[in-house]
Design a protein around this ligand. Structure first.
Ligand code: PLP
Length: 949
C-alpha cells in the first residue's frame, strides 16, 4: 500500500477505524452499507472514467508544468480587470492561511467576530469611497452586481407613483461589454426593456424607471455623472453607477451627486486577475433600500453583556426566508476576496491609496503626452487610467503583439491602454516605443513622471475617506500581521475542529490543492487575453469540464456560474432557451418541493418562472401523488422540476426515477440541485437518475474552501439536448452554438478557483472519489448510530440508513425550554461549530461530517452532543438561568472575580476533558440580532460619530 496516496490524506478514518465503525453499525463491510443505503436501480455499473490518481508531489509538478503554458504578458486591456500587487503579508496570512480560508459563512456570530470585523472594514471602505449610506459584504462580480442594481431599482420603482408599471431601463453605451450581456440575461425574464444609448444626449423627459452609467466608461472616458444624476433625480429616474474603485480615490464619490446605487469590483485592491476571478464585487446604496439590498450585510449589535458584537444583519431579506419573494438569490458571495480587498485598504490607508491612484493617473497622463508628441490623437480629454487613441488598430496590434504587450482594440480605428498599479516608468517607455515603431518614428524616452490632473474640475474628489482608526494604524507589516492574527483567533475554522454543516460539505481543502493559487503564472492572466496566452488555463478548464461531465453522467459542462445559486439560475435559463427553441415560449411553471433550499424558488422567479410548491410526505420524501397531480394540471405549461438528490432530508428517494419520468412525460425538464453531490460521486449520478441539468457546488463537493462565505464555483452540467444553450461571453467565445447571454462577467467564471477542484479530482481519481463518497456515508451513519438514544433522527432510507447527512430533531426539548439555537450556542463552549440550524426543518440540526473527519474527531463531536443532551435533561422551562441559555461562555465571564451562576465555572467552560488541552473561547456572549436590526449600523465608524450626527 502506498501510505502516501492522496486519498489516505484526504479521507479521515483509517482502515481500522472504518472497521470499528462498521462493526458498531452491525455491518460486515462498506459494500454492505452502500447496498443498504443507495437504491439498486440508480447505482452505477462501472467505475468513473478518469485518469489514474497522482500523488501530491506529482500533481504539483504537473500543475507547475501547465502553468508554463500561460503567458503572463504585460497587460493593459482594462475592461474591469487589472494587474495588481497583492501585499505579501495578506497573501501569507490570509490567502494561504486555513484559519481564514476554511471558515464558514458567519452565521454563528459569536465564533466569527474576526471575519465579521474584516467584512465591516470592507463595507466601511466601500461606503467611504462611494459616498453611500450602506453597503453589503460583497457580491459575485461587477456584472452580476450591475444586474442586481437594475433589479433593485426595478423593485423599488413602485414607491414612486409616476414610475409604477414603467419597465424601461437606460444603459450607457460606455458600459463594459460583459455587463451589458448580463443585463440582457437578467432583464428579459422579468420584463425589463433595456435601452442602450449615449448618456450625453439622453432625453430626460422620456419614461424610464432607472439608468446605469459606467464611471469611467469602458474606453476610459469620464462622463459628467454629476449633471446626469442631477437631471435624472429631477424626473424620478433612479441611477446606478458602476464605478472603478481605485478611480474613486480621485473622482468625487457618486453618492455625493445623489446616485441610488454604486457598484463595481474590488479586484484592483490587490487581488490577482486569475483569468477572470474570483474577485469581490461591491454594492452600496441608500438606507431607504436596505430591505432590497442583495447579499449579506454585516451590522453592529451588542451581546448579552451589552458589549459591541457584530453579526449578519436583516437576514429576513434573504432567500432562506423570503424564497419566491426574495429580491435576489445571492447566497455564497466572495467573502475571502472581500476580506483581502478590505485588508489592502487597511494596509495602505487613505494616504497609500492616494499614492497608488495618483501614480496610476500620472503615468497614464505621461504616456498620453508622449503619444501626442508622436502625433497620435487622444479621444478622451478627461480620464483616470485609460487612454483611447484614434489610429489604425491593425498597425499598433502588429507591433504590440510582436513586442508581447496586450492592448485592447475596441474598433478598427481605436486602441485603448489601461495603466495599473504595477506599471513602471520602464513599462511606459516600452509602450511609447511600441507606438513610435508603429508610426515609424523615433521613440521618446521618459525619465520621470510628472504630476497631472486630467479629471474635470466638477468631478474631482474633495470628500474625505478612510478616516476610521482601523485604516490608519496597521501600515507596518508587523502591525498588519498581528491585526490579522488578532482577528483570526476570534474565528473557529476547520483548522480547529470539524464543521458539520449539513448541505454545505465542509471537507478538507488540501494544501496541495491550494498552493498553485499563489503562483504568478496562474494569477496574472487577463480573462480577455488572447487565447494563445492562456493555454495552461484552457487545458485545465477543459479537463475539469470533462471530469465533471463524466462524474455527473451528462454531455457537457459550463464553469461560468460563480455560485450554486447562479448555477440554478443558469440551468433554468438554459431550460427556458431549450423550450423556446421548440416554440414552447409559454412553458413557465417550475415545480419545487416544499423542502427545497431557498435559492431554488428565488432563482426560478429570476428566470421568469412561476413557482408551484409540491408537498413532502411524513417520511420526508417528495409526495409523488401530489407531484403527479400538479405536473398533469400544469402539463401544458410545465417548464421544469427542481429537485435535490439525495433529498434535503438526507435520503436517497427510491422513487426518483419515477419522479423524473413524470416530469418528462408532461413536457418538462428536470433540474437537479447538486449541493448533495458528495453523496453521489462514483456511486450514482444525475444523468443516471434521469435529470437534464444540475449545478455542482465546487465549494462543497469538490474541495474549494468556503472562504467564510465565498468564493464559490457553481458549474452546470447538462444533457445533450441542452448543450447548445450553455452560456456565452461577448468577448471570448465560449458556451454552446446557441449560447444564452452571460451568467458571469468572465468567460469561465472564477477560473483560478477551478484549479482546486481540478487538483482534487486529479489526485483522487475514480477510486479515491468513490471511496470518499462511501466514507462520507459511513461517517454520517456512524454519527446517527452514536446519537441514538440521545437524539431522534428524522427520516432515513427504506433500510434505515442515512445518506451523507442526517437531521436530528431538537423540537422535543422545547418541553425543557430549550431551543435549537441554545444547542448551537452551547456547542461553542465545547469547541464546535453548530451543524446547519433549522434547514430544511425548523427546530432541527442537520449534520454532515464529510469523509475528511477522523473517527476520533467524530467521537469527540458525538460526546459533546450527548453531554449537551444530558444538560438539556437537567434543566426546566421555569428556570432559564442555565448553562444552555447562557451559552456561549466567554473567558471574561469565567475569570471574573464574581461568579453568580447556579453551575460551576468548570461546567460552563470545561464540561468535557478534551477541552483542557484544546479550548476555543468565543470572543463575545450571545449576540442580540433584533437590536442590531432595529439600529442598523454597517460601517466601523465609531458609535460616537453616529451620536454626533
Ligand atoms: C448551498 C446550497 C445552495 C446554494 O449554493 P450557493 O453556492 O451558496 O449559492 C443551493 N441548494 C442547496 C441545497 C445548497 O445546500
Amino acid at each position: 500500500m502506498n501510505t502516501n496516496a492522496f486519498a489516505l490524506r484526504h479521507i479521515g478514518p483509517r482502515e481500522e477505524d472504518q472497521n470499528l465503525m462498521l462493526k458498531a453499525l452491525g455491518l460486515e463491510s462498506l459494500e454492505q452499507l452502500i447496498y443498504e443505503t443507495i437504491p439498486d436501480d440508480i447505482k452505477l455499473k462501472a467505475p468513473l472514467n478518469l485518469d489514474d490518481p497522482m500523488t501530491e508531489h506529482e500533481y504539483l509538478l504537473h500543475i507547475h508544468d501547465l502553468s508554463k503554458l500561460n503567458k503572463a504578458r504585460k497587460t493593459y486591456i482594462g475592461l474591469g480587470y487589472h494587474p495588481t500587487v497583492m501585499p505579501a503579508v495578506i497573501q501569507r496570512n490570509i490567502l494561504e492561511n486555513p484559519g481564514w480560508y476554511t471558515a464558514y459563512t458567519p452565521y454563528q456570530a459569536e465564533i466569527a467576530q474576526g471575519r465579521l470585523e474584516a467584512l465591516l472594514n470592507f463595507q466601511t471602505m466601500v461606503i467611504d469611497l462611494t459616498g453611500m449610506e450602506i453597503a453589503n459584504a460583497s457580491l459575485l462580480d461587477e456584472s452580476t452586481a450591475a444586474a442586481e442594481a437594475m433589479s433593485l431599482l426595478f423593485a423599488v420603482r413602485e414607491r414612486d407613483q409616476k414610475k409604477a408599471g414603467i419597465n424601461k431601463f437606460f444603459v450607457s453605451k460606455n458600459i463594459l461589454p460583459q455587463t451589458l450581456s448580463l443585463l440582457h440575461t437578467r432583464a428579459t425574464p422579468i420584463g425589463i426593456e433595456l435601452v442602450i444609448g449615449n448618456e450625453d444626449t439622453f432625453d430626460f423627459s422620456s419614461d424610464f424607471f432607472g439608468a446605469i452609467l459606467q464611471y469611467p466608461g469602458k474606453n476610459g472616458k469620464i462622463t459628467d455623472i454629476k449633471s446626469f444624476i442631477g437631471q435624472a433625480n429631477n424626473v424620478g429616474i433612479k441611477v446606478a453607477v458602476a464605478a472603478d474603485i481605485l478611480s474613486l480615490v480621485k473622482l468625487e464619490a457618486p453618492g455625493k451627486f445623489g446616485a441610488d446605487v454604486v457598484l463595481g469590483t474590488t479586484q484592483r485592491f490587490g487581488i490577482p486577475m486569475g483569468y477572470g476571478g474570483p474577485h469581490a464585487a461591491y454594492f452600496a446604496t441608500k438606507e431607504a433600500y436596505k430591505r432590497e439590498l442583495p447579499g449579506r450585510i454585516i451590522g453592529v449589535s451588542k451581546d448579552t453583556n451589552g458589549n459591541r458584537a457584530l453579526r449578519m444583519a436583516l437576514q429576513t431579506r434573504e432567500q432562506h426566508i423570503k424564497r419566491a419573494k426574495a429580491t435576489s438569490n445571492i447566497c455564497t458571495a466572495q467573502v475571502l476576496l472581500a476580506v483581502m480587498a478590505g485588508m489592502y485598504a487597511v494596509y495602505h490607508g487613505p494616504e497609500g491609496l492616494k499614492f497608488i491612484a495618483n501614480k496610476v493617473h500620472n503615468k497614464a497622463a505621461t504616456l498620453a503626452n508622449a503619444l501626442e508628441a508622436l502625433g497620435y490623437k487622444l479621444m478622451n480629454d478627461a480620464y483616470f487610467d485609460t487612454l483611447r487613441i484614434k489610429t489604425k488598430a491593425k498597425n499598433i496590434k502588429r507591433v504590440a503583439s510582436e513586442k508581447k504587450v496586450n492592448l485592447y482594440y475596441p474598433s478598427k480605428n481605436t486602441v485603448t491602454v489601461s495603466i495599473n498599479e504595477t506599471t513602471s516608468i520602464r513599462d511606459i517607455n516600452y509602450l511609447i516605443a511600441v507606438f513610435a515603431e508603429a508610426a515609424n518614428k523615433e521613440t521618446i524616452v521618459i525619465s520621470s513622471i510628472d504630476k497631472h490632473n486630467n479629471i474635470p474640475e466638477q468631478l474631482r474628489r474633495t470628500s474625505d475617506f478612510l478616516k476610521e482608526p482601523v485604516f490608519n494604524k496597521h501600515h507596518s507589516e508587523t502591525e498588519l500581521m498581528r491585526y490579522i492574527k488578532f482577528l483570526e483567533r476570534k474565528d473557529l475554522a476547520l483548522n480547529h475542529s470539524m464543521i458539520s454543516l449539513g448541505s454545505c460539505t465542509m471537507k478538507l481543502n488540501a494544501a496541495s490543492e491550494m498552493l498553485p493559487l499563489s503562483w504568478f503564472k496562474w494569477g496574472n492572466i487577463h480573462p480577455f487575453a488572447p487565447l494563445k496566452q492562456a493555454k495552461g488555463y484552457l487545458t485545465i478548464l477543459k479537463e475539469l469540464e470533462d471530469q465533471l461531465t463524466e462524474i455527473t453522467g451528462f454531455a457537457a459542462t459550463s464553469l461560468q456560474p460563480n455560485s450554486g445559486a447562479q448555477g440554478e439560475f443558469a440551468g433554468l435559463m438554459v431550460i427556458k432557451a431549450y423550450h423556446e427553441s421548440r416554440g414552447d415560449h409559454h412553458r413557465n411553471i417550475c415545480l419545487i418541493p416544499s423542502s427545497a433550499h431557498g435559492t431554488n424558488p428565488a432563482s426560478a422567479v429570476m428566470a421568469g418562472m412561476k413557482v408551484v410548491v409540491t408537498k413532502s410526505t411524513a417520511e420526508g420524501n417528495i409526495d409523488v401523488d401530489d407531484l403527479r397531480e400538479k405536473a398533469l394540471l400544469h402539463a401544458d405549461n410545465l417548464s421544469a422540476l427542481m429537485v435535490t438528490y439525495p433529498s434535503t432530508h438526507g435520503v436517497y428517494e427510491s422513487a426518483i426515477k419515477e419522479i423524473t419520468k413524470i416530469i418528462h412525460d408532461n413536457g418538462g425538464q428536470v433540474y437537479m440541485d447538486g449541493a448533495n453531490m458528495n453523496a453521489q460521486v462514483g456511486l450514482t449520478n444525475p444523468g443516471n437518475i434521469g435529470a437534464d441539468v444540475c449545478h455542482l457546488n465546487l465549494h462543497k463537493t469538490f474541495a474549494i474552501p468556503h472562504g467564510g462565505g465565498g468564493p464559490g464555483v457553481g458549474p452546470i452540467c447538462v444533457a445533450k439536448q441542452l448543450v447548445p444553450f450553455l452560456p456565452g461571453n461577448p468577448i471570448i467565445k465560449t458556451g454552446g452554438e446557441k449560447a444564452i447571454t452571460a451568467i458571469s462577467a468572465a468567460p469561465f467564471g472564477s477560473a483560478l478557483a477551478c484549479l482546486i477542484s481540478y487538483g482534487y479530482i486529479k489526485m483522487l481519481g475514480s477510486e479515491g472519489l468513490t471511496e470518499s463518497t462511501k466514507i462520507a456515508i459511513l461517517n454520517a451513519n456512524y454519527i446517527k448510530h452514536r446519537l441514538e438514544g440521545s437524539y431522534d433522527t428524522l427520516y432515513s432510507g427504506e433500510r434505515g440508513r442515512a445518506a451523507h447527512e442526517m437531521i436530528v430533531d431538537c423540537r422535543p426539548f422545547k418541553a425543557n425550554g430549550i431551543e435549537v439555537t441554545d444547542i448551537a450556542k452551547r456547542l461553542m463552549d465545547y469547541g464546535f461549530h453548530a451543524p446547519t440550524v433549522s434547514f430544511p426543518v425548523p427546530g432541527t440540526l442537520m449534520i454532515e461530517p464529510t469523509e475528511s473527519e477522523s473517527k476520533a474527531e467524530i467521537d469527540r463531536f458525538c460526546d459533546a452532543m450527548i453531554s449537551i443532551k444530558k444538560e438539556i435533561d437537567a434543566v426546566s422551562k421555569e428556570d432559564t438561568n442555565n448553562v444552555l441559555k447562557n451559552a456561549p461562555h466567554t473567558l471574561e465571564m469565567i475569570t471574573a472575580d464574581e461568579w453568580l451562576l447556579p453551575y460551576s465555572r468548570k461546567t460552563a467552560a470545561f464540561p468535557l476533558n478534551y477541552l483542557r488541552d484544546n479550548k476555543f473561547w468565543p470572543s463575545v456572549r450571545r449576540v442580540d440580532d433584533a437590536y442590531g436590526d432595529r439600529n442598523l449600523i454597517c460601517s466601523c465608524t465609531p458609535i460616537e460619530a453616529y451620536a454626533e450626527a
